[in-house]
Design a protein around this ligand. Sequence first.
Ligand code: HAX
Length: 437
Amino acid sequence: MSTLKDRLREKIEAHRPRTTRLLKEYGDVKVGEVTIAQAINGMRGVKALTTDISYLDPNEGIRFRGKTIPETMAALPKPPGKDYPYVEGFWFFLLTGDVPTEAEALEVVEEFKKRRKMPQYVIDLLRNMPCGTHPMAMFSAAIVAMQQESEFAKYYDSGHFNKMDAWEYMYEDATNILARIPSIAAYIYRMKFKSDLIIHPNYDLDMGGNFAYQMGIPEPYDDVARMYFILHSDHESGNASAHTTHLIASTLSDAYYALSGGLNALAGPLHGLANQEVLKWLLGVMDKMGGVEPTEEDMKKFVWDTLNSGNVIPGFGHAVLRKTDPRYQSQREFCLKHLPNDRLFKYVDMLYRVVPDILVEQGKAKNPWPNVDAQSGVIQWFYGLREYDFYTVLFGVGRAIGVLANITWDRALGYAIERPKSLTTEMLEEIAGIKKK
Ligand code: HAX
């Protein structure tokens, strides 16, 4: 038995009575109300989900298990000589809320190595997909293809399924997926963009180190990967990818089905695909400028042209945040340290200076500030990963950590199948007093 699984069991057993009590004794207490705008417009702000893995304050940004991003990065154990923590230690932290010791983080590193080998049938499947397939479609297909290995599904079929134990099988599936997912991503990258010259896993390296190795990108890309996966992991449970994963898992569907669905939500341009859209947009700007650095006036014109043609400015705005995203800040600090003179970074920095005022002037976006996706592609580009169609896959590797931690806890606390109530437009008109019953 692993230290992590034992610790998780203790945490779950201590937590269960809190959920049971809230449900039994306080189930009728109201946490908020729902307006017509919320019922029509994407349930923005409706308080209808529970998670303890992370919390998003509109003004402060994300906290993982109560810690800000800088606090998280500072607290967790790091590989020798590296600036960013073991992703495996972060997984321990997200699941339990406890900062692991170095030995505990290394135990998870070893566990992931044992489960790292990717089945040949996934490689075959990916190779047989049409060459025009988007990397996100390949990624999602690879995950769902492994569903036949689900321990959770086997347990459900075993004839002695017990809701109290279900989390253990979800945990095993989550661990198996996380151990393989960076390799899957790297295989997709090398297959699609590097003439199928794939690099097999290195079983001596941690998750971030092995990912960089399999991508074929030298140091410090291993640290970039650690930073990137941690930053993109979790953003509460209401965002589209997390919510989709949670919704699918609520039907007692297993982690493979649930994560694959969550990745499909991440592939939308208003969500994770925004990171590739930012790069595409920036390169378009550079192209139009013929390589000459734009002035702030030029940049303002490009921004207005984009808005006037009916498009959003990718990488800006957010459904919950009302300030600059700390995930953006964290990556900006990385850029200031490692690539301060990079041309693309200078473009991004200029956008930071010009876009918020324009969005305020346009008067539509509730949050004019940049989000995580505004900065992330620039770092990848700098380290040689220029195939921006792949950027959302990187986001997906990180997001898997958060959503898999969430659905493990969903099963531990026995959260019910999700089923909100719909109304008809006529009913809303009656509630509004426009129409009589
Ligand atoms: N550029 C132009 N218009 C924008 C905008 C932007 N960056 N952000 C919001 N708006 C517009 C909306 O399109 C909406 O217009 P309509 O009334 O005409 O529909 C209006 O402002 C109000 O929107 P909002 O309430 O401020 O924002 P939403 O909660 O509806 O949407 C989005 C949040 C993130 C989808 C939105 O800000 C957006 O489209 N941003 C650009 C795409 C992007 O960067 N997405 C990634 C977000 C982070 C993330 O999830 N990453 O995975």
